[in-house]
Design a protein around this ligand. Structure first.
Ligand SMILES: [Zn+2]
Ligand SMILES: [Zn+2]
Length: 139
C-alpha cells in the first residue's frame, strides 16, 4: 500500500503489519523481498548541467524582458513549453495527477532548470518567479 491519502480513500489497497517477534520467517522474507527490489532498481540521476539563465544582454532594460517560451518539467527536467500552470511533461503529469498534491515537492525550476525545490503551486525558483512576474508578456 502506498502511504498516501489517495490510496487509503480511492483505491482498494492493503497494508500488512508484520513483526519479527510474531513471525520471524515471514518478517525475514519481507526484508529479503525489499532488499531484492532495492538491488534490482536502477539509479536515475538527473543531468547536472549548468543552465544559461535567460537574459537579454544587448538590452538589459527591465521593460524589454520577456517571459521564456521554453521551460523544464519540474520532475524530470524534460524541455517543455513554458507554462507555470502546466509545469510537468506529459508522463510526469499523468503520475502527478494520480495524487494531485499541488505541494508535492519536485527538484527542478520550471523556468531555469536549476535544482531547486519546486511544486505545482510554486513551479519556479524565487529568482525566476520574481523575474518572470515582472516580464512584459510572452515572447
Ligand atoms: Zn517530466
Ligand atoms: Zn529558476
Amino acid at each position: 500500500m502506498n502511504m498516501y491519502e489517495f490510496s487509503e480513500k480511492n483505491n482498494r489497497e492493503m497494508g500488512v503489519f508484520i513483526t519479527r517477534g510474531n513471525d520471524k520467517n515471514i518478517f525475514d522474507k519481507a526484508v529479503n523481498e525489499t532488499l531484492s527490489i532495492i538491488q534490482s532498481s536502477e539509479i536515475i540521476q538527473l543531468a547536472k548541467t549548468k543552465r544559461k539563465l535567460f537574459e537579454n544582454k544587448n538590452n538589459p532594460n527591465e521593460k524589454t524582458k520577456r517571459k521564456p517560451t521554453r521551460g523544464y518539467c519540474i520532475r524530470c527536467e524534460e524541455r517543455i513549453q513554458y507554462d507555470t500552470e502546466k509545469p510537468y511533461c506529459w508522463n510526469c503529469f499523468s503520475i502527478w495527477s494520480q495524487f494531485e498534491n499541488p505541494d508535492y515537492e519536485e527538484n527542478v525550476c520550471h523556468s531555469c532548470g536549476e535544482f531547486e525545490p519546486t511544486s505545482m503551486n510554486r513551479p519556479e525558483c524565487y529568482n525566476c518567479f520574481v523575474e518572470n512576474k515582472n516580464s512584459t508578456g510572452y515572447k
